[in-house]
Design a protein around this ligand. Sequence first.
Ligand code: FAD
Length: 621
Amino acid sequence: MFPIYDVIVVGAGHAGCEAAHAAAAMGSKVLLCTMNMNTIAQMSCNPAMGGVAKGQIVREIDALGGMSGIISDKSMIQFRMLNRSKGPAMWSPRSQNDRMRFAEEWRLALENTPNVDFWQEMVSGLLVKQGKVCGVKTGIGIEIESKSVVLTNGTFLNGVIHIGEKQFGGGRTGESAAKGITEQLVQIGFEAGRMKTGTPPRVDGRSLDYSKMEVQYGDENPEKFSYSDSTQPLKEQRSCWITYTNKEVHQALETGFDRSPMFNGRIQGLGPRYCPSIEDKINRFAERERHQIFVEPEGWNTVEIYVNGFSTSLPEDVQYKAMRLIPGFENAKMFRPGYAIEYDFFPPTQLKLTLETHLIENLYFAGQINGTTGYEEAASQGLVAGINASLKVQEKDPFILKRSDAYIGVLVDDLINKGTEEPYRMFTSRAEFRLLLRQDNADLRLTKFGHEIGLASNIRLQKMLDKKSATAGLINELKQKKISPEAINEGLEALGTATIQEKISAEKLLKRPQIGISELMAIDPEMRQALAKFPKEVQEQAEIQIKYDSYLDKEQQMVTKLSNMENFRIPTQFDFLSITALSNEGRQKLNKIRPETLGQASRISGVSPADLSILTVYLGR
Ligand code: FAD
C-alpha cells in the first residue's frame, strides 16, 4: 500500500508543514502523516505571524526557500512593522492573519508540492532497528517504512487540557491527545519533560462595543514577509482594537483563584514566563491596575475575535463574568473559553545541530516537541529538520546555520547547547550579532544557502543578486554625489540639523540621524531625480548600510574573530569522558551534547573557561 519513503513527517503543524515541503522540494519522497487533515497548519493560538525577533525568523525562512512567509502574506488581514522608531535591528514585521485562509493556503501549497503524500492517522510508535529509525506505526496498526522520520507532535503528546477544575485529554481543544510515542522513546532512553501553555477565550465581534476601545490600524504603506514576487502587499486591511482590564475585572477573576489549576497545583508543567495568563499577571503584578487587551479579528469574513492578553484557565463562568467587565465587552458573547494545556516535550540537548537525535539515527525532532513555543520557532525548526533529513538520505553534507548567519542558527544552537527549562521563544536579545541579523537583509544573508541546497529558486537568487549590486551601486553614487550648501541648507535647517559650509557627499549627510534617503529626496530635487530609479528596498538597504557602517563592521570583525573557534572541529568519536582534567560537570555535559566544534563547546552551560582550555590542549590546538 505504501512505498518506502525517504522522509515521514509526523504532524502537520507549522514545523511539520515546513519539514514536508522542504524535504519534498529537495527531491525526497515524503509522507506527511497527521491526525486530522482538516487541521493542517492550524494556528492553535493567536492568528498572527511575526513580531519582535519572530518576524526576522519568518523572513529567514522565506529567504531559504521555506513557505511560512508566502503563506502569511497570502492570508494576512493587517501588517505592521513593529519598532520603526528604534534602530533597524529592532524593526520587526508582524501580520494579523485570517486563521482559516492561513490553513487553507498551507494545505494548497502542500497539495501542489510534488513528492508529498498524505496519510490521516495518529502515529503511535516508531519502527527502530539497530539504533536506526525505519518507519512509523499507526494507531490502527499499519507499519509504514521510511529512511528517516521527523517528529513534530506539537502540544499533542499526552496533552491534558485544563479549564478550572475540569481536566481532560486533548492535543488542542476538540482534538485528541497523541499516545504511545513518549512512552516508547522514554523506554529507548530519551529524557522527557512536561510544559504548559494557554489560550484566551474567543468572542463574537458583533457583541462588542468598539466605541469604548482605541482603534489600531495597520501600517499606511504595508509591506510583506516574502522577498519573492509571488505575493503582494495588502491594499485593504482590517483594524484591531485596544482596551484594558480594570480593578473590577481583576476582582472578578480572583473569585475563581481557588478553582484555578495554575494555583492549586494541578498544572505541573512550566509555562511561558513572557506570555503569562491573565490570572498570573494580576497575581504577579498586583500593583498594576490594568492590563492591555488587544481585540483582534480572526479573519476577513468571520465575526470571531481573539482576545489577546486574556489567556486563562480559570473556570469558564469566571472567565465570562470577568470578561464582561472589560470596557467594550459588557454584552460580549463567548464562542469558547480559554484553556491551558500540558504536554510532553523532549529536552533538546538530546539533538544534534541538524535536529537529528543522538540516540536514534535518522530520527529528527522539530517544533514544540523540543520545548519551544510559537509558530515561527516551530516552522524554522521544521525547515532545518526537513532539509537535513533530505540531505542525509541523499548522502550530502548537513545544513547548519551559525549564530552569526541567522536567528534560526541562534535558536538551534541555544536549544542544543543550553536546553530549556521553560517554553523557549526567540528574543532579539538572544542574538549577539543582532545588527547583522536584520529583517531587511535575510535575503542577502541566506538566499545563497537556500539555493545551494536546492530549495531557493534561481529567480530568488537572481533577485537577491540584483538587490545586492543595486545597493552597492547606490552607495557608490551617494559617495560620489557632492551636494552644495546652496542646494541643501534651507532643507537642513527645516530638519533641525546643522547647515554645511562647503560641498559634502550625500553619504556623509546620510550619517546624520535626522536625514534619511527620503529626507534627502524631499529637500534636494536633484537627489530626488537621481535616486528615484532605485527601488524602495534598495534605498532602505543603502541607508542602513551607510548609517550603521562602523557598528556593522565591528560586529563583522567579532564574527571573524570567533570563527576560528567555530571552525575548529572536534572529531566525532572524541572521548570526552577520558579527560580526567575536565570538571565533572563539564565532562558530563560535553559527553551528552557532543559538540561538533570548539565554538559550540564554549556555549554549553556547565563547560567552564578552564574546561575549554583543557579541551583545546587535548585537541592539539
Ligand atoms: P502544532 O502546531 O501543535 O502541530 C502539531 C501537529 O501534529 C498537529 O497537526 C497534530 O494533529 C499532529 N500530531 C501530533 N501528534 C501526532 C501523532 N502522533 N500522529 C499524527 N499527527 C500528530 N505560541 C505562542 O507563541 N504564544 C502563545 O500564546 C501560544 N499559546 C498556545 C496555546 C495553546 C492552547 C496551544 C495549543 C498552543 C499555543 N502556542 C502558543 C504554541 C503554538 O501553537 C505552537 O508553538 C506551534 O503551533 C507549534 O507548532 P508545531 O508544528 O510544533 O505543533
